[in-house]
Each structure stands twice: as structure tokens, then as C-alpha cells.
Design a protein. Structure first.
Length: 302
């Protein structure tokens, strides 16, 4: 099926991309390079990207301007780095089988949790508990608030990597599928199949996005399992993260972070369309006929 119509309308308050047929796949821009052995991505509170590593590396940070820097000592495969609800950094150290905590933005670390064999992705729950993917044996572990020994929470598919918490569920990127695990209860269900699901993240509206390392894509996924590609042509995409404007960042290939502008919803309210903008939207509906119509908010303009 080919696109029947695609038009960009720029109104007084916002720009809208109106497309019938398939949803628009964004154009790629190289954002940062030199990040070898990359793994998962997380957005920090100040807009920096925290870059995980599959081999021994210090913490690596990419500023909103694309400048790469390192911080602290070399760690044993720090696959995921997240900012906790207490403001500290938490690092999953795969080869060290532990979770580290840093109160000085990664310059120094202390042990927060042990017993997390082959640690990968992490996500905090609503009560301050930390969930950790065990990439070796297909389990999700839970660390109590304040740290300590990790215990079994749920058994999932093989080689879980990325984790994100949303709407009383953990979403787990487990090789060939995206799974949902209820919190509490630990009931596991399949959301959608993938070639190799790796990273998972949320945009400003809470929509799910998953990188498929085999297909070379990033797809938006509904809780019902409906997938829509938003980025394609990537070489082994792994980590995925959004900034507050809704731009998507993907770590892929030979240490490259690629940027896709205005893929997801921004953080905060969107502008209300003007009457002329609503008229253009209605015009798109008429042109769409029986086809699916996608109306994608692009970016607020001054």
C-alpha cells in the first residue's frame, strides 16, 4: 500500500503532518558518534543522555548539543544508567552482578544492591522499589526501597534487556517479544512479537516505543500490541530515549546515536489548534476517504 496523500500544514500555533495510508517514518540525523559498545539509553533530568555500555567503560554522557564526555572510574559493563526518584544515579553493572548508586553524578559510586546476575535494564516502581532485568536467566528481580539483596519478581522471555514502568505494569523487551508484567501480581503477558526487542521507552504522552535490533526499526506499540514504525534503516538499534520536545534518540551501529525529530509527544500540554488548523484537519479527513488518517503533531512554532 502506498501513501495516498502527505501534507505538512503550518498554522499559527503548531505544525501538523497529515498522512493517509501508513504513518510517517521520520528522517534520521546523526547526533553523536564514538560511543562504542553502547547499550541502553536514558534521558537525564537536565536533558543529557546517559549511555549504557556492554563492555568495561566509565559512565558516558551526551549533552543536548551532542557533546560526549565520561565520568568516574571504569565500570564492568554498565548496561543501564537511570536517575532515581531520590535524585541519585543508579547503574546496572552486568559483569559485577550488582547495582551501584552515585550521589555525585557518577564521579564515585557505592553498592546499592547485590545478587543481580547479568544485570541489564532497570526501572523504578511507584513505591521506590527497583526492578532489574536478568539477561542471563530470563527473570525480573526486585530490589527493596533503600537497597539490599535482590529477589525474584517474575519469569519472562529469554534475554530481557530494556525495562520501563507505565500504568501499573513493567514493559520488558525480551528478545523476540515485548511483554507486560503487572505490578503488583507479576502476571506476565505478551504484548507484541519482534525480531529482537532491545530498548523500550515512553514519550511525553506515555506511548510505548521499542527498538528491534534485527529489523533495524523503532516501533510505537499500543498496549493491545498494534505496532507502527517510526524509524527504519538503522543498523542494530539498541537504546531508545526521548527528550522533552518529543525527539527520539537511538543508539545503533558503530557507536552512533541517531536523532529523529518530533516522533513522539512532547512533555507538557500541546497548543490547541486554531480554527484554520481544524479546517485543514477536516480537509485531510475528507481526502483520506476510507484510508487510515494519521495526524502527527510536529513542533510548536513561535
Amino acid at each position: 500500500m502506498f501513501l495516498k496523500m502527505r501534507a505538512l500544514f503550518i498554522g499559527a500555533t503548531a505544525a501538523f503532518l497529515i498522512t493517509t495510508g501508513f504513518a510517517n517514518v521520520a528522517a534520521a540525523q546523526t547526533f553523536a558518534t564514538g560511543l562504542t559498545s553502547h547499550s541502553l539509553l536514558q534521558r537525564d533530568n537536565n536533558g543529557d543522555l546517559l549511555v549504557g555500555a556492554q563492555n568495561s567503560m566509565p559512565i558516558r554522557i551526551v549533552t543536548p548539543g551532542g557533546v560526549v564526555s565520561t565520568r568516574g572510574a571504569t565500570l564492568s559493563a554498565p548496561n543501564d544508567i537511570v536517575r532515581g526518584p531520590d535524585g541519585a544515579l543508579y547503574i546496572s553493572e552486568q559483569s559485577g552482578s550488582r547495582i551501584l548508586r552515585s550521589t555525585d553524578n557518577g564521579v564515585t559510586t557505592s553498592v546499592y544492591a547485590t545478587g543481580t546476575i547479568a544485570t541489564f535494564g532497570m526501572a523504578f516502581g511507584p513505591g521506590g522499589q527497583l526492578y532489574v532485568a536478568n539477561n542471563f536467566n530470563g527473570t525480573i528481580l526486585v530490589v527493596p526501597p533503600g537497597g539490599g539483596a535482590a529477589s525474584l519478581f517474575a519469569t519472562v522471555g529469554s534475554s530481557p534487556r530494556g525495562l520501563v514502568y507505565s500504568g501499573n505494569s513493567l514493559y520488558v523487551a525480551s528478545s523476540g517479544e515485548l511483554e507486560a508484567v503487572t505490578v503488583p501480581g507479576a502476571v506476565v503477558s505478551r504484548v507484541a512479537f519482534f525480531g529482537q526487542a532491545y530498548g523500550v521507552t515512553l514519550d511525553g504522552a506515555g506511548a510505548l516505543y521499542v527498538s528491534d535490533r534485527v529489523a533495524g526499526t523503532v516501533e510505537r506499540v499500543t498496549p493491545a500490541g498494534v505496532k507502527t514504525p517510526v524509524a527504519s534503516g538503522l543498523t542494530q538499534p539498541q537504546g531508545v530515549a526521548f527528550n522533552t520536545a518529543g525527539d527520539l534518540f537511538v543508539s545503533s551501529g558503530a557507536g552512533i546515536i541517531t536523532r529523529f525529530n518530533a516522533v513522539g509527544a512532547p512533555v507538557g500540554p500541546r497548543p490547541v489548534p486554531t480554527l484554520s488548523e481544524w479546517a485543514m484537519i477536516l480537509f485531510g479527513l475528507m481526502l483520506a476517504g476510507g484510508a487510515t488518517l494519521y495526524i502527527q503533531y510536529r513542533r510548536t512554532v513561535a
